[in-house]
Design a protein around this ligand. Sequence first.
Ligand code: WTA
Length: 661
Amino acid sequence: MNAIESVLIENRVFAPNAVAAAAARISGMSAYDALCAEAERDFEGFWERLARANLVWSKPFTKVLDESNAPFYKWFEDGELNASANCLDKHMGTPVEHKTAVIFEADDGAVTRTSYRELLSRVSQFANALLADGIGKGDRVLIYMPMTLEGVIAMQACARIGATHSVVFGGFSAKALHERIIDAGAVAVITANYQRRGGRELPLKAIVDEGLAMGGCETIKTVFVYQRTANPCNMVAGRDKTFAEALAGQSDNCPALAVGAEHPLFVLYTSGSTGKPKGVQHSTGGYLLWAKLTMDWTFDLQPSDVFWCTADIGWITGHSYVAYGPLAAGATQIIYEGVPTFPNAGRFWQMIERHQCTIFYTAPTAIRSLIKAAESDANVHPARSNLGSLRILGSVGEPINPEAWMWYYRNVGGERCPIVDTFWQTETGGHMITPLPGATPLVPGSCTLPLPGIMAAIVDEAGHDIANGTGGLLVVKRPWPSMIRTIWNDPERFKKAYFPTEMGGKLYLAGDGAVRSADRGYFRITGRIDDVLNVSGHRLGTMEIESALVSHTVLVAEAAVVGRPDDLTGEAVCAFVVLKGARPTGDAAAAMAKELRDWVAKEIGPLAKPKDIRFAENLPKTRSGKIMRRLLRSVAKGEAVTQDTSTLENPAILDQLGQAW
Ligand code: WTA
């Protein structure tokens, strides 16, 4: 597709389907405008009304927002509630009680259905097992689980007793796990012997053992092990318990503990601009309110919907739109254990048909890889499946290019289903800028307009508003209930990273560049403005990867990591490495690159492996010794360097960097 064509496509507008819009919760732009106006007119009153209507409070709050210690905002602070009770108990005695909560499809295709009633029993029983182990309110529990119902049960059980969970994605390494266990001061780990993905069994418990053996994890008293497969794993006497052992004799009745609205429901680690991942801390009340409400607004959730969010519980999307939002909204949802390409790349489409999915929410990177597969094999094309049940499509995690948007719209949505391109972040807890399926005219590649109550804007470096049509920094001008509360163990970093004083200290800085269209004021996200990369929708810090590379003290003298655009993964990791020995070429360079990639996989996880590694005798630096990353980005893209290189200490190095080995 050439550039002209994609510009044409971006100018297309798709009006909401009139019939669907009429039945939607927010039916039309005037309904959207009315909600926005309400939030403008009476900000606290707006949030108060929604918080009372959408959550069950054990003790109602009297105060909506406390700004006295900004930017450490507090919402509904004197109210008490329990997140698990708001996802499960609240449905008992209603038509939802016996409705299917989760349709679980295993990697091998086996399907199980669990009702809300059964899920409540299983969560309660697991919560009792945690209590019996001495785990209680405020304790941190690390969850390192496969994408199974048991992962959600573990999260809900923590919430039920007021323990704060920290889920680590199953693709992270022992080292990454170790770092998070220590930072969180976790008292227990919940894991599985193995995870099943793409027909293979991958170890989880062995990685936990390796992480714990790195030392300094004395806070960990218990490791709970879910036996996902028949394969045995090492069990440490006195520390490790199988789920069966932990659950034996435990009652399936466990009253949910009411906690303050600001009680930390979870800490989720994500990448930032420094080498150390940040523990994003979320609240109970404000977070849950938005997880529930965005199910209703963004997905227009109706009682008969079958909702499917393909994200893993190790990411924020799997927290808000698998573990909490759908349950709080009383939805039937699909949880899938495996990968989109097993046993073939038609798996998603076949599953949509099999389970009559109505709302499908996935990442652009998955769409792009399935487009590629469908184009080369008609058997895995969405046209092979009956996708007539679908009514809404969603996209999350990275900008969706207009070509992929159009393909998704036509081939998956049959030109009938609106696509909600949801912009948000680990820190925002839930959707921020997104179309509403019954209201917003869609423009491919644009996340359109902020949700009511979300005061998003684009400003310059000093925090001043800038005109539509001009690119700038995406900010949010007022706090919102589901926002990050702090960085675990590092409140100073929280203030600096998100509320920089150079911009007045009151604006939430998202870390993304954005531009609003001149005609509609629609937002388009142009990408991160910091040292964060987005590879296949996964957030990675360039500094994190650099630290991993230079920690190979035998081989590596210096490293610089930048991103470059990639058709499939959005961005790709590109590393420039100066070795301690001579600069390798040919086969030696290939072997060395493999060694370093494996090293990064061990340090962080396979998801962080650099796609390109280039060896040089030096890195381009200013005379004051700063690595010129802008220059490296051009080199990584294969572009001619147009930047001023006069301040460069060693201009000749550019030629060498440009050569792939
Ligand atoms: C990017 C994922 C464009 C953005 C929910 C953000 C997006 C980062 C979109 C957060 C979107 C997410 N359009 N870019 N619809 N959604 N992003 O914390 O750069 O894993 O800052 O949260 O992903 O990634 P995170």
